[in-house]
Design a protein around this ligand. Structure first.
Ligand SMILES: Nc1nc2c(ncn2[C@@H]2O[C@H](COP(=O)(O)OP(=O)(O)OP(=O)(O)O)[C@@H](O)[C@H]2O)c(=O)[nH]1
Ligand SMILES: [Mg+2]
Length: 312
């Protein structure tokens, strides 16, 4: 372990890749790596990119990484949801190749297929992000498809959260419904080459004007990710948000909020693991069948499981 950590700290990408694989496997060894490297993290600016399937998150992530490289910055990228065949999305790796970043030493990309067997996505993702941070990237970009819980989780993982919307899709209404406007530090209207981009911008402005006075209104940035248009403005908006966090003294609050999210999601996964360990499969099976048969309600069943570890 020491040897691998040493090589990691020397900046060897193969060591980074191997450590991330261990973290992803959710093994105790993976946790030890996160533990050992955590003191080296906390310097990167983490940026979450979320939005509906096919909204252009991967294209935008690739274009943003290229913009950072132009600015002399290094970038780590984590794509949580490999593209689904339904959204016509491309895998992020292709977007990166399109940007000629695949051989660039200043960019490291990783897809996470494992959505977390035990405590959900969050603990594993947080581990991978903190390892990338510790490696020394200036920015860590995290792409997740917005599907209810996920965009909330991404807000708890990244310092700056970007929500990607598209014209002509009713995204404004979706955004309002899902409450994702509240998690956005920056709103992007991507596919600005499609008709209706300006209409969507004014609809979003209308929504934002309803926010209580004194709260920060997220800027709205128009992009055509496919042509890398507007991406420089997006990079500027990210830096402005970062400055805002520093200047308003909320950076520490934001880090504390992220840490709270991290600790609680890890605690949840540890508890779940203990429950699984202390409950034989046959016993669990019998219990869920009692719930299915309406002999017992799911809360009582869950409490039964939980009390086995908390008193055991
Ligand atoms: N016209 C236009 N098409 C775009 C733009 N950005 C992305 N696309 C296209 O939209 C489709 C989806 O793009 P992706 O970047 O894969 O979208 P995604 O949000 O990552 O998709 P998933 O990961 O599957 O949710 C692709 O066909 C892109 O070429 C844009 O600015 N304008
Ligand atoms: Mg994608």
């Amino acid at each position: 372990m020491h040897d691998l950590i040493q090589r990691f700290l020397n900046g060897e990408r193969r060591a980074l890749a191997r450590i991330i694989s261990r973290v992803e496997s959710e093994s105790p060894e993976g946790r030890d790596y996160v533990r050992a490297l955590f003191p080296h993290s906390g310097k990167a600016h983490t940026v979450g990119i979320t939005g509906s399937a096919g909204s252009g998150k991967s294209t935008l992530t690739g274009a943003l990484a290229a913009e950072y490289r132009k600015r002399g910055k290094t970038v780590g990228i984590v794509a949580v949801d490999p593209s689904s065949p339904y959204s016509h999305g491309a895998i992020l790796g292709d977007r990166i190749r399109m940007q000629d970043l695949a051989l660039d030493e200043g960019v490291y990309m990783r897809s996470m297929a494992n959505r977390g067997a035990l405590g959900g996505l969050a603990p594993t993702l947080d581990g991978v992000v903190s390892v990338m941070d510790a490696f020394g990237f200036d920015y860590v970009l995290i792409e997740t498809v917005g599907a209810g819980q996920d965009e909330v989780e991404i807000a708890g993982t990244a310092l700056t959260t970007i929500v990607v919307n598209n014209p002509g899709t009713g995204d404004d209404i979706q955004a309002m419904k899902a409450g994702i406007i509240e998690i956005a530090d920056i709103l992007v209207v991507n596919k600005a080459d499609h008709p209706g981009a300006d209409v969507l911008v004014s609809q979003l402005q209308g929504l934002l004007s309803l926010a209580p006075a004194g709260t920060r209104r997220p800027p709205i940035v128009k992009t055509t990710a496919l042509k890398a248009e507007g991406v420089d403005k997006l990079a500027d908006a990210i830096d402005e948000h970062r400055e805002f966090l520093k200047a308003s003294g909320t950076l520490e609050d934001e880090r504390a909020a992220d840490a709270r999210h991290q600790v609680l999601s890890m605690a949840r996964s540890i508890l779940l693991e203990r429950i699984r360990e202390s409950t034989p499969a046959a016993e669990l099976d019998a219990l869920v069948r009692r719930v299915a048969a309406r002999d017992i309600d799911p809360y009582s069943a869950a409490e039964e499981l939980a009390s086995a570890v908390s008193h055991g």
